[in-house]
Design a protein around this ligand. Sequence first.
Ligand code: ADP
Length: 727
Amino acid sequence: MMNRGLLAKVLFEIPVAKPFDYLVPEGLVLETGSYVLAPLGKRMAVGVVWKIEEAEIQSKSRRLKYVSSVFPTRPMGDDQRKFIDFVGKYSCAGAGRVLRMCLPAADALAPAADMPVIIAGKNTPKQMTKARQKVLDKIGNRAWRVTELAKAAGVSGSVIQGLIKLGALQRTLQQVDENFATPDPDRQSVELTPSQQETANELVGKVMQQCFSTILLDGITGSGKTEVYFEAVAEALRQHPDNQVLILLPEIALTQDILDRFAKRFGAQPAEWHSDVIGRQRQRVWRQVASGQARIVVGARSALFLPFAKLSLIVVDEEHDSSFKQEEGVLYHARDMAVVRASMAGCLIVLASATPSLETLHNAKSGRYGHLALQNRPGSSRLPMIGAIDLKQHPPIAGRWISEPLRKAMENTLAQNQQVLLYLNRRGYAPLTICRACGERIKSPNTDSYLVEHKFSGRLVCHLTGFSMAKPAICPACKAENSLHPVGPGVERLAEEISILFPEAVCEVFSSDITKTPEQIRNLISRMQAGLIDVLIGTQMAAKGHNFPNLTLVGVVDADMGLGGADLRAAERTYQTLTQVAGRAGRSHLEGIALLQTHQPEHEAIDALLARDRQRYVDAELGLREQMGFPPFGRLAAVIVSASSEKIAHQAALDFAALAPATAGDIEIWGPSEPIFAVVRGRWRRRLLVRSSKKTDLSGYMLDWRNKYRAGNKVQIKLDIDPYSFL
Ligand code: ADP
């Protein structure tokens, strides 16, 4: 028997790229984008309606199941569904796995507890006063708490009570979370310098156009990029009361400062989104973003997958930062995907950095992106001088890491009651523990990575897998006693050296092992800003974005650290990090200096940094990339094959390589080869690297390739499009 009926195609958060067909029971009102509950196998699962179509339904031959129920949440927008499809295809992960990043815990789809609220009523008051008009102008079609509405409209509670009596407002119970305060675009801004103002005007003009475009906001550290993009945010808020803004940051450590600045500028705390926002708070943010009530979101890369009702501006701050690349689960680059999301939402995206990525600079040069530059710091603040200390000429004494010139500079700075930042991107006490008796280097179990000694916690820790153990008293290999010896410096060991060199100085360590929670980070930053710390020793957490007005000396303990290795972006990253860390110095009227300890002052990246000649460095690096056909001139994809034994991994990699689809010749394949971490958590690994020209659909090619391979259950194949890690 044939019947015409409604068919809903529902996508689930499972590793299947395509939606499944369901019947829609009579009386159930669905839209595309509705969040629904439907039977999936033996369980009920949450899914999203991807499409609804009318179809001939053969009731007997096709045993279709029915959608069970629909959640009262605002349906997912077209732009987000398109975005999910895009990321699913581009990353080769499939739309279902991307959807998983977009769905909250099932509880968040159910409405929050009831709360008394005020909504617009049916009557218009016969006697209109100014205060009443203010309230009615503000109310719109959303629910408010009485105090919140009174504050937003700038009237007393009695005006509201009066309007309720007249039926112009109505009391009701609504299932709402506590609302985020409404940001005020015109609350308080600094007086911009003429060049900042000009740049802000350009951004504001773009926001007003309400269409997709990408702009690189390229300004030296401390030039006021944040103040300038705040103006774009303000304009987006002014444009429409439902407009929402997303600010993406690479580090939780940066969030607090930006949140405080937002609160000052707009008189309201934005919604915050990162892995430390958990439980009810996480649900509240998700719901309020979906309803459109949360208008500004400051978050880490995963905020890109929030269900914005009306996204009208995205800012990616520190756009060059490699932590925007997600390295687990669905592998994607949040900056690149943010550009895609903005194009689908039809809004402006601003990429801000003092050291833009070569990809972004190339796009700006070719005219795909707009390019706005800020060349100066406001007021009397100047960029710090940068000098090199050649470690060949000034080697520190054995077991120490601070050279004499750096020690002297620190002494001078501290004598003037100014602050010092020592930068060393090595967590813990010592990166390697070696047995003096037998030469054993202690590794993580079943993993190709050395254990790092952490003295504060008394443990040896694997930074790759998270494994840790108490530091053993005897060598695990030869059982010798008192033979385990730390090699090389970590931030904790440097703190020990400072306590010897400057016993009077207050020294603290800023690294993810010590300052873990947002609260601890916030505390440390405010102590530093208040001048309570003399010497701050920091990993990359301390390098970016912070404003420490009394910090005048930055010492980079090992400027060469990132330069080695097979990573195509090693030099670029070193250049960026050192520029950023140097940029922490001299952010007020005080003059700053950055000293780089290096064995290779002549290295291109370091030399360009000393000469303050970014263009020379960028041109040289882009020239190299063009010759090699590497990004931004070509595309890259990596294949990571892993298995429970070396033999299986090796054979699987060879089998996989042999299946590479033939093409017109645009594709080049390297490997399989043994990576630096050949075994991680007991899984043996092999890698392939694939390169194509820009015009090739490399994701499509990789997906065809993977679909040809039938992996046994012992083998895992991971595809990494646009890889940033080559380990
Ligand atoms: P960036 O984001 O480029 O590093 P910020 O926007 O953080 O720069 O500005 C650096 C510091 O200078 C901040 O404390 C900021 O408030 C201040 N600042 C920037 N522009 C001005 C201005 N026009 N007047 C006063 N202070 C400013």
